[in-house]
Design a protein around this ligand. Sequence first.
Ligand code: NAD
Length: 470
Amino acid sequence: MATTIDEKEVTVFGEEEAKQLVNELRVAYDSGRTRSYSWRVTQLKNILRMCDDSEKEVVEALHMDLAKPELESTLYELGMIKNACKVALKELKNWIRPEKAKTSLTTFPSSAEIVSEPFGVILIISAWNYPFLLSIDPVIGAIAAGNAVVLKPSELAPASSTLLAKLFAQYLDTSSIKVVEGAVSETSALLEQKWDKIMYTGNGRVGRIVMAAAAKHLTPVIMELGGKCPVVVDSDINLQVAVRRLIVGKWGCNNGQACVSPDYILITKDYAPKLVDALKTELDKFYGKNQLESKDLSSIVNSNHFARLSKLLDDEKVSGKIIHGGEKDKEKLRIAPTILMDVPRDSLMMNEEIFGPLLPILTLNNIDESFDVINSGTKPLAAYIFTNNKKLKEKFVMSVSAGGIVVNDTTIHLAVHTVPFGGVGESGMGSYHGKFSFDAFSHKKAVVYRSFTGDAALRYPPYTGFKLRM
Ligand code: NAD
């Protein structure tokens, strides 16, 4: 049951309401309005305007939900959304244009093209950690491709969810773009309906529920999931630069609550002490002496996630040795940047995505062992390596299976709109960003053109000769 701003007023959103909503959107889609170039451009421009006009409100909402630092909100949420919008506006004409395709001798004479056709009515279910980016970025792709769309933001970021609903109603075409707020029951009601495509961002357990619901209608899905993103740190590197990039990718992205956040480090026993020293030095420089209270770090999203992370931290058999941080404040939902060593490989810490400010360092006899560690787990959403060794770099790129790889940095592949963003194996399926977002929400329709000349007799029965009937 969705509760609105007024506690006394309760809006019921069940199966009937979901059915009605999809019917309304189908009528809008069938009218053809979302397919026109001008509608798509207008909506995209409105998203840009919405981001510019509402920066203050967005920053406030993110602060209420996550104590997200302002710079992270403007750069990684609004900044990324605006870039995605600008790219779509600049490229849309090219993306929409049918793509010429070669034909073969077998079909001579003929011509062919690939026509990008919207799927129809799309459901986007997003997560709490980047509540604006993970909601609006996919919506940009769905709109650019000419679809009608329903967004279901996460109930775990309630201020952001409420603001998204308000802003969408204010700035976008409400006949074809709608927001449904709510939690499991509302999402379940939506999932009972027949959609033309579903995109889900979140954990794999719920991903399986979403896929099972989609399967009932043979609805295609995009699954943006998570995993344990490894970071291999070789020894012939610029350690200070590496460490700064590591810190910003781990704690500077929502205090470790990011899908591409470094989950654990792999390093040789010999080089580990140098890395630990450098990490401590830079962490102190970035976040000061009282890191638990730093205004430049997000809080943990809620008490459930706080309890989950505390459980990892409080049991030595799971946490290993705390060599930096470890402080937490249950009332304020805060956990300081924490570095761990000697974490047992078979512990929960090393077998579940951490999704928080804890960073285990695993030591190896030689750096090549890192391939066995990574490849023995499920395929991560991202994998990182810091090295100057060309051979190691090549081996990493070619033999580590991950959604994406960054060499000598972390997380920044998200900002490169010319490469796809998505997982592989248990970290997801399908991808988006830039043109990949347009493609993700378009059916690629094969169209072959022929005239009435050049009719080869060969294909008609009786199959006895190779004569051409001209
Ligand atoms: P979450 O709790 O916000 O859940 C995601 C969505 O699923 C929400 O909209 C929620 O309402 C819905 N949901 C929850 N339970 C449901 C149920 N039983 N049935 C139907 N819908 C349900 O987010 P989360 O899962 O905690 O997000 C964290 C996970 O998401 C991590 O694993 C992270 O790595 C992953 N993630 C991936 C990406 C990516 O782009 N690949 C981005 C962010 C987060």
